[in-house]
Write a protein that binds this ligand. Structure first.
Ligand SMILES: Nc1ncnc2c1ncn2[C@@H]1O[C@H](COP(=O)(O)OP(=O)(O)OP(=O)(O)O)[C@@H](O)[C@H]1O
Length: 549
């Protein structure tokens, strides 16, 4: 993976992007064959070719997203592996949060991309500049979700432009747009190139190719067949319209590039690399947490479902149990164990279900942002900064609702102890949910994998199957479960260590010793478990992002 140290490499006097004999193989097939192309600054280059010919593959290799099997890609004479943070890459689709306004989306993008030391005023000015460049000032305060497709594409460009990349690569920004919008998009790209950027656009839309300085034509099989001006392309393929080039590519005898394997090198010597600091961890974390909190708050329906279920579960537990479980001498201690267990299951459920989609649902955005220098640990910290208070609130609602029907003996102090343990269990469950979210490929996989995390917590907690009845290896497994330690802490808070007798334990397996561990120890173990799971999440995220590069 490219370094995400606190420095990035940028240059003054950019020259552009050069790819030499780039080959990419995937799934045992060569999908890009020895392709050489340059994208000089100040030039607009279109990449056309039939579907499946390898345009997106070439763009990913040029952006440093894919490491080529052979060949080299350089930005300003330095390997793209060192400079990928300086390339603006706009993949197909929209990599913006639909809940944000355009201005907010660009402001967060600027905060995450512009170097340390950039002031808040400079960030605002840069966002205003880009909005004006994109001719989107009038849409600045509209939510991304409400924009037309063309506006979304322009806003996606803006998120890259705020970082002032010398080269911009766009994958089919005009697909699905009508002819007027497509022409408008191409005119925008022309302007961006004229301002001194190298712009490469993969497109199926041919009507505006005349605006480009050069057209590169890919043929099926991942072969670059031609690079030249639009007029030279028509002459070379012996056709009179751009669309006819596609037909000519199917014909035998279509021009090949064997006689001109490499384009001319970019003019001038490579400029020296200048190191500028990335935004520090604190600024990245704050920006990511603020963005995440805003998106979570604005997605009211999902928030209502997540928060609203907490008191419903609590009321359900309170109603299902016999009256006054915690202080009814006619009921055996078994009911207290069951009550603690059900509350615990509620807390763990809330933690896992709240967190399990939160990384995977923005996978494409995380991949792109890490590629431009955002630290994945900042990303994880931001998730915790929002999810921990949220789950603490949910667990409080769960307990308050249950305790309305089942008042706890010991008053506020007893409730406080129970709450501390339940919140610690909820946070450990958040860490498990985040790990799951980092490990899976799609949000649906995360939701359907929740039972794999939850069921062991139920089985090994020590409530359904008493801990004392477990054989030694099973006890060892139980000791790895957050539910086992949380049940111990909860039982301790409601005085189970004192109210269970040894005789009762001998018959049922529910022994007082299980609940005798001091609260501070059980909470400490839950916190340690949370930190371990978060480290595992960080490693999983790092490994996945490294593999993607
Ligand atoms: N990871 C991969 N594993 C195997 N094959 C792949 C992989 N990625 C792409 N391909 C194959 O490589 C070929 C080129 O794909 P690519 O997406 O680059 O084409 P494209 O020209 O951008 O197509 P389109 O215009 O439809 O977007 C396709 O046949 C595709 O199936």
């Amino acid at each position: 993976m490219a370094s995400v140290e606190e420095t990035t490499t940028r240059t003054a006097g950019a020259r552009g992007l050069e790819a030499r004999a780039v080959t990419v193989t995937a799934g045992g097939q060569t999908i890009l064959r020895g392709t050489s192309i340059t994208v000089p600054v100040g030039k607009l280059v279109a990449l056309i070719g039939p579907s499946g010919s390898g345009k997106s593959t070439l763009l990913r290799a040029l952006a440093g997203v894919t490491v080529p099997t052979a060949g080299s890609v350089d930005l300003d004479g330095h390997s793209i592996r060192l400079r990928s943070t300086d390339v603006g890459y706009v993949p197909f689709g929209t990599l913006l949060h639909p809940e944000l306004t355009v201005r907010e989306a660009l402001r967060y993008a600027a905060e995450l991309r512009l170097p340390a030391g950039t002031t808040a005023t400079e960030l605002d000015e840069r966002v205003d500049e880009v909005l004006a460049q994109l001719q989107m000032t009038d849409r600045a305060d509209h939510r991304v979700a409400t924009l037309s497709d063309g506006q979304k594409r322009r806003a996606s460009c803006g998120a890259e432009l705020v970082g002032r990349p010398p080269v911009l690569l766009l994958d089919e920004p005009a697909t699905g747009l009508d002819a007027v919008l497509e022409a408008r998009m191409m005119r925008l790209l022309r302007r961006l190139a004229d301002e001194g950027r190298g712009v490469l656009v993969a497109t199926h839309a041919t009507s505006s190719l005349g605006l480009c300085d050069q057209v590169a034509v890919m043929a099926p099989g991942g072969e670059l067949r031609f690079v030249g001006t639009p007029q030279e392309m028509l002459t070379r393929f012996g056709v009179s319209s751009y669309d006819e080039v596609y037909e000519a590519l199917d014909l035998e005898g279509a021009p090949a590039m064997e006689d001109e394997p490499f384009p001319d090198a970019l003019p001038g010597p490579p400029p020296a690399m200048e190191r500028k600091p990335f935004p520090p961890l604190g600024r990245q974390t704050t920006a990511l947490a603020a963005r995440y909190a805003t998106c979570t708050w604005r997605d009211r329906r999902s928030l209502a479902i997540l928060v609203g279920q907490a008191p419903i579960i609590g009321l359900g537990i309170g109603l299902a149990m016999p009256p006054n479980v915690f202080d009814n001498p006619t009921l055996g201690p078994y009911y207290k164990v069951t009550m603690c267990f059900l509350l615990l299951v509620g807390a763990i459920w809330l933690g896992i279900i709240t967190a399990c989609r939160e990384i995977v649902k923005e996978r494409a955005i995380v991949d792109r942002e890490v590629a431009v220098g955002v630290r994945f640990d900042a990303y994880l910290l931001a998730k915790c900064a929002v999810l921990f208070p949220m789950v603490a609130g949910q667990v409080t609602l769960l307990l308050v609702a249950a305790m309305l029907l089942q008042p706890i003996a010991g008053g506020p102090a007893g409730f406080g102890q129970l709450l501390v343990v339940c919140v610690a269990a909820g946070w450990a469950a958040v860490a498990m949910g985040l790990w799951l979210s980092a490990a899976v490929q799609k949000p649906d996989q995360a939701t359907s994998s929740v039972p794999l995390l939850l069921i062991p917590q139920l089985l090994f907690a020590g409530a359904v199957i008493p801990y004392a009845t477990m054989v030694a290896p099973v006890k060892a497994v139980a000791n790895l479960m957050i539910s086992r330690w949380a049940l111990t802490g909860m039982g301790n808070s409601v005085g189970l260590d004192g109210s269970l007798s040894n005789d009762f334990g001998a018959v049922t397996g529910f022994e007082p010793d299980f609940y005798a561990t001091p609260m501070v120890v059980t909470v400490g173990i839950l916190v340690a478990g949370t930190l371990l799971m978060l480290s595992a999440t960080g490693m999983t995220l790092d490994r996945r992002l490294s593999a993607a590069r």
